[in-house]
Design a protein around this ligand. Structure first.
Ligand SMILES: [Zn+2]
Length: 209
């Protein structure tokens, strides 16, 4: 569907406000070609539904492309809570954009509220999920979450740490099965105050298990 701008020019189809819907048939056709490419018979009984199943899976794993992450950053009316808030161990599952291979891990979010503005814990998890369910780089995923939280909540500071295992590293190539990649994004007060930053880092990494 092509809509027109008021001056008559066709509107670009990659308008941010309305991301394209998933074309399941097209994904399935591509998966069928992968099966043929590796020398399989896509029509044998075990594989017959595979292209459709994989298409559904990719639709789900990229559903965050079709969501607005800022919808999750609605500050709660709260009393004056100005102490650091840390939410640890938010499970994330994303897709590396270089290999379309999953990377899975934990996201930790710390922030220092300003003027009592806080965010429900489930909203932080939803924010991490919306950005995870896209083709990502772990570095970008980390800064996307931090920037959106920083802009939407306007806290004193934000710190996001992600630890993840990339199947493109653990299952192939150098096959470092236990290798984890750790990325962090530090904004506002955490950036200027090394003591607060190390306090948050200690709370994030000092696990009980
Ligand atoms: Zn990769």
């Amino acid at each position: 569907m092509v809509t027109e701008l008021s001056d008559g020019r066709p509107k670009p189809e990659t308008d941010d406000a309305a991301p394209a819907a998933v074309d399941l048939e097209r994904i399935a056709a591509g998966v069928r070609m992968i099966l043929e490419g590796i020398g399989e018979n896509p029509d044998r009984a075990g594989l017959r539904e595979t292209p459709n199943r994989v298409a559904e899976m990719y639709a789900e794993l990229t559903s965050g492309m079709r969501e607005d992450p800022t919808q999750h950053v609605i500050p709660l009316p709260a009393d004056k809570h100005d102490e650091m808030v840390i939410v640890k161990d938010i499970s994330i599952a994303s897709l590396c954009e270089h290999h379309l291979a999953p990377f899975v891990g934990k996201c930790h979010i710390a922030y220092i509220p300003k003027d009592g503005r806080i965010l429900g814990i489930s909203k932080l998890a939803r924010l991490a999920e919306t950005f995870s369910r896209r083709l990502q780089l772990q570095e970008r995923l980390t800064t996307d979450i931090a920037n959106t939280l920083y802009e939407g909540l306007q806290p004193v500071g934000v710190m996001v740490v992600i630890e993840a295992a990339h199947t493109c590293m653990t299952l192939r190539g150098v096959r470092k099965a236990d290798a984890k990649t750790v990325t962090s994004a530090v904004l506002g007060g955490f950036r200027n105050d090394p003591r607060t930053r190390s306090e948050a880092m200690a709370l994030i990494t000092g696990r009980n298990d």
